[in-house]
Design a binder for this molecule. Structure first.
Ligand SMILES: Nc1nc2c(c(=O)[nH]1)N[C@H]1C(S)=C(S)[C@@H](COP(=O)(O)O)O[C@H]1N2
Ligand SMILES: [Mo]
Length: 378
């Protein structure tokens, strides 16, 4: 291939807009299957654990998992600061540390259920997980470096690198100063997940954790923190992760996680369709509910595809504001075919729609989960 054609093959230099939209009835192709294999979801039966066991937490990595040598790793804090820092992992761990239990969800969770489907990681509903993250509060590092007047944002850079929609780039995101300094609970530079060093796929040796925000804000393989006087306009900030109803909609950046409830699929599955099979009589239903806006206020269950609802029992709020809570109820199953649904509402009145809000990137689809169940008569 001649030089110009080679660049064109990956669209390099011809920055393009939002994701391609699949044609009517277009099946998932090898490109999406490759992404889905690399970026796995939470098997929904793992909703039963308070903390998602290692390997069952969802993973979303845009490019490659970079090599991470915790001895050679440096995290720099620079830009608009009095005293730039360059910390190795041991130096970072010498600061005061905290542990926060946080439910993280990919902003694209539910994308694969949209019709038509934006072509990208085709999540159904498993792009979520909960972990105990241990690290140094970001505001401590910023205080040590000394933020200078005029600071507007903090930009975070990961060590991974790739091409996306024609732009060669590092994975980078920013937070407004107020969000970066927030203290309830704090944004963390984390070095441990569930009490062990971060696994490679979750950011080893260091990552950001932004409680309550969709996952894209929690930059993995964190190597640089830069205080900036101007808003960051990088690809993952300004082009991607923006909720747009059409290509010419300026859109709204994705920030906090919309409310969602999911159930541990009841009974047992049919291998291919995943339809659930239960026997008639009382069926115990349980699952988790979360929102990044405000605590969950209620969880409701429907067994008639969203026509009628009744309230489930919800765990008392714990001390972890941004971690999922468990809920439970009993459903009396009668022989036949049913569609179960579950929806969460938070104390700000945010709730889940029955049908998704379509948008070009396939973000924030928190439509009610639909669980087809066959009830056998014996
Ligand atoms: N450096 C880097 N950080 C990243 C990403 C990435 O591709 N590179 N993906 C982001 C996205 S879109 C999500 S949803 C979360 C996923 O975190 P997890 O894989 O630990 O679940 O990481 C975020 N941080
Ligand atoms: Mo994501």
């Amino acid at each position: 291939m001649e030089h110009m054609d080679a660049r064109t093959a990956i669209g390099l230099g011809a920055a393009s807009g939002p994701a391609r939209i699949a044609g009517p009835g277009e099946a998932i192709g090898p490109d999406e299957a490759a992404l889905a294999g690399r970026n796995h979801g939470l098997p929904l039966e793992a909703l039963r654990y308070d903390i998602t066991p290692p390997g069952l937490h969802y993973v979303l990595t845009h490019y490659d998992i970079p090599p991470g040598d915790s001895h050679a790793w440096r995290l720099t804090v620079g830009g608009l600061v009095e005293e730039p820092l360059s910390l190795d992992v041991a130096a970072l761990r010498s600061f005061p540390t905290v542990t926060h239990r946080v439910t993280m969800e990919c902003a694209g969770n539910g994308r694969g259920l949209l019709d038509p489907r934006p072509v990208s990681q085709p999540w159904l509903d498993g792009g979520v997980g909960t972990a105990d993250w241990t690290g140094v509060p970001l505001h401590i590092l910023l205080a040590v470096a000394g933020v200078r007047p005029g600071a507007a944002e903090v930009v975070f850079t990961g060590a991974d690198h790739g091409v996306e929609r024609g732009v060669e780039q590092d994975y980078q995101r920013s937070l407004p100063m107020a969000a970066a300094m927030a203290g309830d609970p704090e944004v963390l530079v984390a070095y441990a997940m569930n009490g062990s060093p971060l696994p490679p796929q979750h950011g080893y040796p260091l990552r950001l954790i932004v409680p309550g925000w969709y996952g894209m804000a929690s930059v993995k393989w964190l190597r640089a923190i830069e205080v900036s006087a101007v808003p960051f306009e990088g690809y993952h900030q300004a082009s991607s992760y923006v909720f747009r109803r059409s290509e010419d909609d300026p859109g709204t950046p994705l920030t906090r996680i919309r409310p969602r409830a999911l159930m541990v699929p009841p009974g047992f599955p049919d291998f291919m369709s995943r339809t659930r099979v239960v026997r008639s009589g009382p069926v115990f239903l349980t699952g988790r509910a979360w929102s990044g806006h405000a605590p969950v206020a209620s969880v409701e269950i429907s067994s008639d595809d969203g026509r009628t609802w009744h309230e489930a029992d919800l765990d008392a709020p714990g001390r972890h504001h941004w971690a999922w809570r468990s809920w439970r109820t009993v459903w009396t199953a009668a022989p036949g075919l049913h569609t179960l649904g579950v929806r969460a509402t938070d104390t700000h009145g945010n709730t889940q729609p029955l049908r998704p809000e379509w948008n070009t990137g396939g973000y924030g689809n928190n439509a009610v989960q639909r669980v087809p169940v066959v009830c056998l008569d014996e």
